[in-house]
Design a protein around this ligand. Structure first.
Ligand code: GLN
Length: 286
């Protein structure tokens, strides 16, 4: 089937007919209006009230590509190249993981705790390890501007996306290109946070096809024989670089919360608290 004309009404019909076997109508409407916003800068209200409005050939082409990509189950975030995270609009490309709502909960936890610390006399320093799109570091900086935020990632391509996100949101972060397994610095931090790769290869079978096909595997997977490899490196780093009253926050594999806590206890962390995510899964540790 082809799009009948350049009118929004026809594009919408095409969009829904082509994709209805794969997505619910509710999802499709949401995707369609999102594409309208990003491809043609039209709001949902504008689209609804002017279905006869025509778009340019180049916009039409973008809708065609979007439908092709959605048929291949490419995540909508990579198609529109953006996502919302903690009130920030962030660019996402296949070089970075699409930020998850669970991670917003981790940020909310840190901010909750930090509010109590705003009156502290000394400047606060924070580090986000494996920053990806920069989502955690940027959301913390935006909501707690008194924290000097550093963000580290081992991929240059990933940091390029994160830097663009910082610029677009006018937020100042110090970026560090390094692998946490081989990183040393004299800098001390009041907050260290990380959402490292934690999905075991054996857990691939439970993951959605579109995640497996499109999201960066290096940001997701660890080997079954050493699933806490990054937690080990992060806690070793935090042992020397966290201030006496500092806190370490981690997103974790829901099936490895006990092992993660045991690792932290072994590394002499105290007052270890686990929190569940909105799905009721143990997902975060402080
Ligand atoms: N929560 C992500 C997922 O379920 C995994 C994130 C990670 O490995 N850090 O796909």
């Amino acid at each position: 089937m082809k799009i009948r004309s350049n009118k929004l009404r026809d594009i919408k019909t095409f969009f829904e007919q082509e994709l209805q076997s794969l997505y619910s109508l509710e999802e499709l409407r949401f995707y369609f209006y999102w594409c309208c916003k990003v491809f043609a800068n039209l709001t949902k209200v504008e689209v609804i009230s002017h279905p006869e409005h025509t778009v340019s050939e180049s916009v039409l082409l973008k809708f065609n590509f979007a439908v092709k990509d959605l048929l291949l189950q490419k995540p909508i975030h990579y198609i529109v190249e953006c996502c919302e995270f903690c009130d920030l609009t962030l660019k996402v490309t296949p070089d970075v993981l699409i930020p998850r709502p669970e991670t917003e909960e981790l940020v909310a936890w840190i901010l909750e705790d930090r509010k109590c610390n705003v009156d502290n006399q000394h400047e606060q320093y924070g580090l986000d390890i494996g920053t990806g799109s920069g989502c955690i570091a940027l959301a913390l900086k935006k909501n707690a501007p008194h924290i000097c935020m550093d963000a580290l990632d081992c991929s240059e391509k990933t940091l390029t996306v994160a830097k663009e996100n910082a610029e677009n949101n006018a937020l100042n972060i110090r970026w560090i290109l390094a692998d946490i397994r081989a990183y040393n610095t004299p800098q001390m931090y009041d907050v260290i946070v990380s959402n490292p790769p934690y999905v075991r290869q054996s857990e691939r079978q439970y993951m959605q096809k579109n995640v497996l096909a499109y999201e960066p595997a290096t940001a997701l997977f660890v080997e079954d024989d050493n699933p806490l490899i990054f937690y080990n490196a992060i806690s070793n780093f935090a042992k020397t670089n966290l201030t006496k009253d500092g806190y370490l926050y981690l997103e974790i594999n829901e099936n490895l919360s006990e092992e993660t806590c045991a690792l932290l206890a072994h590394n002499h962390f105290s007052n270890i608290v686990v929190r569940e995510d909105f799905r009721g899964k143990p997902r975060m540790v402080r």
